[in-house]
Design a protein around this ligand. Structure first.
Ligand SMILES: Nc1ncnc2c1ncn2[C@@H]1O[C@H](COP(=O)(O)OP(=O)(O)OP(=O)(O)O)[C@@H](O)[C@H]1O
Ligand SMILES: O=c1ccn([C@@H]2O[C@H](COP(=O)(O)O)[C@@H](O)[C@H]2O)c(=O)[nH]1
Length: 240
């Protein structure tokens, strides 16, 4: 069996993907399956930082449309990401993977507070570190939090694992004729306004030369093949 080619990755999981076939919350089978995939990566010696979105529970933007103050809605969204992180932490620990949630918003009875130096120490010890509560600030997303943490921990690669196979010319869920891009530059993704990831997150990756892969979390074995160097999903990088 070939070896993983990365030492440390930042994996961003879509919150919505955790719903499975449901329309809200967490499907325990999905979270157990993804935890199993992460266990395989850890066993291959890769250090893993994890960011999980909150779209399966709350998004500030949606709550604002329903009449809730935007900043309060964003706080609710960030708390949703803590719930997802705790659920994943539990699933990992149950299968013997050391895991630790670090929140950007202190809540000491619930989990650790994010401190970069400590996070890196935990990663070096082989613990999966779950970065929760996004950036800790409203008006951001967990994509931006994932880019930020990837850069802070000096990850070799950021992976956005979501419900589609990668980057397309348009949202493939809404436009089935959209063209798949196996590779695209940060600048082209920004210029074309592709909505697979928010612009702040892409700019952070671009300006800090953080390579990014976008892939489907529901493709069996894909994560492992990706970290062994297979061209899974779409690569977003510098260039034209
Ligand atoms: N050009 C595009 N290429 C690929 N996907 C796109 C594109 N434009 C929009 N999308 C949509 O973006 C989604 C990816 O975002 P994702 O569901 O991971 O949301 P998120 O807001 O990052 O996460 P969460 O579910 O945690 O809120 C895909 O499911 C896809 O439908
Ligand atoms: O830094 C952040 C990260 C997230 N939020 C809020 O949480 C929700 C859920 O995150 P998703 O990235 O959409 O999954 C997001 O919609 C924001 O409301 C935040 O305020 N700051």
């Amino acid at each position: 069996m070939s070896e993983a080619i990365y030492r440390r990755i930042l994996l961003k999981l879509s919150g919505e993907a955790l719903m499975g076939e449901g329309s809200f919350g967490i499907d325990p089978d999905v979270i157990a399956r993804v935890a199993g995939d992460i266990k395989e990566l850890v066993a291959s010696g890769i250090q893993i930082g994890l960011v999980i979105g909150g779209g399966n529970i709350f998004r500030g933007e949606g709550l604002a449309k329903a009449g809730i103050d935007r900043v309060s809605g964003d706080h609710m969204g960030m708390l949703a990401t803590v719930m997802n992180a705790l659920a994943m932490q539990d699933a990992l620990v149950k299968i013997g993977v050391p895991a630790r949630t670090m929140s950007a918003i202190p809540m000491e009875q619930v989990c650790d507070t994010y401190v970069r130096r400590q996070a890196v120490e935990h990663l070096d010890r082989g613990e999966v570190v779950l970065f929760a509560a996004g950036t800790g600030n409203p008006f951001f997303t967990t994509d931006s939090a994932a880019s930020l943490r990837a850069i802070e921990i000096n990850a070799d690669l950021m992976i956005k694992a979501t419900k589609v196979d990668g980057v397309y010319s348009a949202d493939p869920v809404k436009e089935p004729s959209a063209v798949f891009y196996p590779r695209i530059s940060y600048d082209r993704a920004l210029a074309d306004g592709l909505k697979v990831m928010d612009a702040t997150a892409i700019v952070l990756c671009r300006d800090n030369e953080m390579p990014l892969r976008i892939m489907n979390i529901n493709t069996p074995g894909a994560l492992m093949r990706l970290v062994k160097g297979e061209a899974i999903g779409s690569l977003v990088e510098s260039g034209k």
